[in-house]
Design a protein around this ligand. Structure first.
Ligand code: ZN
Length: 142
């Protein structure tokens, strides 16, 4: 009868920390990714699909079930390295919203928009949040 000892052995915590593919040289391209590296592990960064500018973090995703002009889109609590266009009212599937287009700061590509104001009470949670089109952002190093 085999002993259960090996089954009950606790995993070595120092081994557990090494999970993930984190040795890509791309991850060290700038200080931002390195600065975020800590007890929580490497940040999962999304970049502009056009120029590679870091524009948002996976951890900031609020919802993946949004729809953009070009298909699926994600709702993020924050955007980075983004330039905002003028505010404008837009009729979306969930009603009228005041939105501003979100441009990549480096290449000027439109990546999505930010909700500036929602008129429906149930949509207020989106105010100040970013929607990035899935097709416009790419996973940086994960
Ligand atoms: Zn760009």
């Amino acid at each position: 009868m085999p002993s259960l000892a090996s089954e009950l052995r606790r995993p070595n915590p120092s081994l557990g920390r090494r999970k993930g593919r984190s040795r890509s040289p791309v991850a060290r391209r700038d200080g931002w990714a390195a600065a975020m590296e800590g007890s929580v592990g490497l940040p999962r960064v999304y970049s502009c699909s056009n120029c590679g500018n870091h524009v948002c973090l996976h951890d900031d995703i609020i919802s993946k079930s949004f729809h953009g002009t070009h298909g699926r889109a994600f709702l993020f609590s924050h955007g980075r390295n983004i330039v905002m266009g003028p505010k404008q009212d837009r009729l979306l599937m969930t009603g009228i919203h005041t939105v501003a287009d979100a441009y990549c700061r480096d290449c000027g590509e439109v990546l999505g928009w930010r909700y500036e104001r929602a008129y429906e009470e149930t949509q207020r949670y989106k105010e100040g949040k970013f929607v990035f089109e899935k097709i416009k952002i790419v996973k940086e190093n994960w």
